[in-house]
Design a protein. Structure first.
Length: 392
């Protein structure tokens, strides 16, 4: 296998701490099943007489796709059940799309900073990732560097690029695709014949309702695939259900559907019990999203209060939505050394910026979904470590 398994020093320190029986304080925790959100056990029950029947539909059970289509329509996102493919997770959705859109050696554009998932998924499909930059401005937050995208696509190797991935909002920057950026991206996709893959797993978690955001579901100018799933939408990664919504010019959509159906038919991934449960699971979505949004907004404000008091050398970067926010801290030591000290001295796990390909400065990704009491206590301990380093 081409992918490398990373066993770095931080992982080793972490292992030692666990062996010593010390408690780890995961300030970057993004696993929704480990942040003390109480869920009704009934919700996870997949018992239904309908599960005794296996109907191998390549796109997933029609009833489940219809429920999803109706659910999205309530949010004014229109996709017909015919244009929905169910799979086990967004990650699997990506791998199907790489099989569909790329030959070995082709490339896809991915945002940087970004979650390191795509790199691994691409390697497994013999596809290359080419990173396009997002830049940070103090007053307005993160922006896609459209000029850099343009010049990458205009270059000789730009011909090997088959698709552009946008994460809306991006992880870990928390930035939605702005209207101006969306327009520029669509023009570039049209001009260079690229498919657009929009990952919207965090779309319904805006820090502020007024934030500028628009879903790519139903986008008809270019062949568009929107990825989502239960993992984030309902905080149920263990249920293993994700989906791809397709739209675009009708000829492109028809061709893509036919070939995607072949891929989906080969795997028939989505499990019957979770597909049968989808209508009742979706009915619980707004309660979960409301609860988590309350936490996300509270934690963001806790981090700002603690880290941005007068004279503080730390900054909470502007974040528009999602489950993570980036903290910029003084470069008293290298990022990796600070991460190691946080673990050794405080038992705090915090993902450093290099994990997301942030090249400059010292950054850490803080979770917005942990209980506010943890956020507050662990953030203060984080700050203490820097205060101690400063005085040494
Ligand atoms: C932006 C983004 N997309 C997709 C995923 C993976 O989601 P899934 O569990 O559906 O594979 C993650 C995981 O954190 C993510 O951050």
């Amino acid at each position: 296998m081409a992918g490398e398994v990373d066993s770095n020093e931080l992982a080793m320190i972490r292992e030692q701490i666990v062996l010593q029986g010390r408690q780890l304080k995961d300030l970057s925790q993004s696993n929704p099943t480990k942040v003390g959100i109480l869920r009704d056990p009934e919700l996870f029950s997949l018992i239904s007489p309908e599960n005794a029947i296996y109907n191998p539909e390549p796109k997933g059970l029609f009833r489940a796709r219809t429920a999803l289509s109706d659910h999205l329509a309530q949010k004014k996102r229109q996709v017909s059940p015919e244009n929905v493919f169910l799979c086990t997770s967004t990650s699997e959705g990506y791998s199907w799309l790489f099989k569909l859109l790329c030959d070995a050696g082709d490339a896809i554009l991915v945002p940087k900073p970004g979650y390191p998932l795509f790199e691994h998924l691409a390697v497994l499909e013999h596809v290359r990732t080419v990173a396009y930059p997002l830049e940070y401005a103090h007053a307005s937050g993160w922006h896609i560097d459209v000029a850099a995208l343009e010049s990458m696509l205009a270059s000789e190797s730009g011909k090997e690029i088959k698709a552009l991935i946008v994460i809306n909002p991006n992880n870990p920057t928390g930035s939605y695709v702005r209207t101006r950026e969306r327009e520029a991206i669509l023009v570039l996709c049209e001009r260079h014949g690229l498919a657009l893959i929009a990952d919207e797993v965090f779309f319904d978690f805006p820090l502020d309702e007024a934030v500028e955001r628009q879903s790519f579901i139903g986008e008809d100018r270019v062949l568009t695939f929107v990825l989502d799933g239960l993992s984030k939408r309902l905080g149920m990664p263990q249920m293993k259900l994700g989906w791809i919504s397709i739209s675009g010019p009708s000829g492109d959509v028809r061709r893509a559907q036919k070939r995607l159906e072949l891929i989906a038919d080969t795997f028939l991934s989505a499990g019957t019990p979770v597909m049968n449960a989808l209508p009742s699971l979706l009915a619980q979505e707004s309660a979960f999203v409301d609860k988590l949004l309350g936490r996300i907004r509270k934690n963001y404000s806790i981090y700002r209060t603690i880290l941005e008091e007068e004279g503080s050398p730390h900054r909470v970067l502007l974040c528009q939505g999602g489950w993570t926010t980036l903290i910029e801290s003084p470069a008293l030591l290298e990022e990796e050394k600070i991460a190691a000290l946080l673990l050794q001295q405080k038992g705090i796990v915090a993902q450093p910026g290099f994990f997301f390909d942030i090249e400059r400065g010292v950054h850490f990704a803080f979770s917005l979904i942990i209980p506010p009491a943890w956020a507050s206590a662990w953030c203060r301990e984080y700050k203490e470590l820097f205060d101690t380093l400063q005085t040494q």
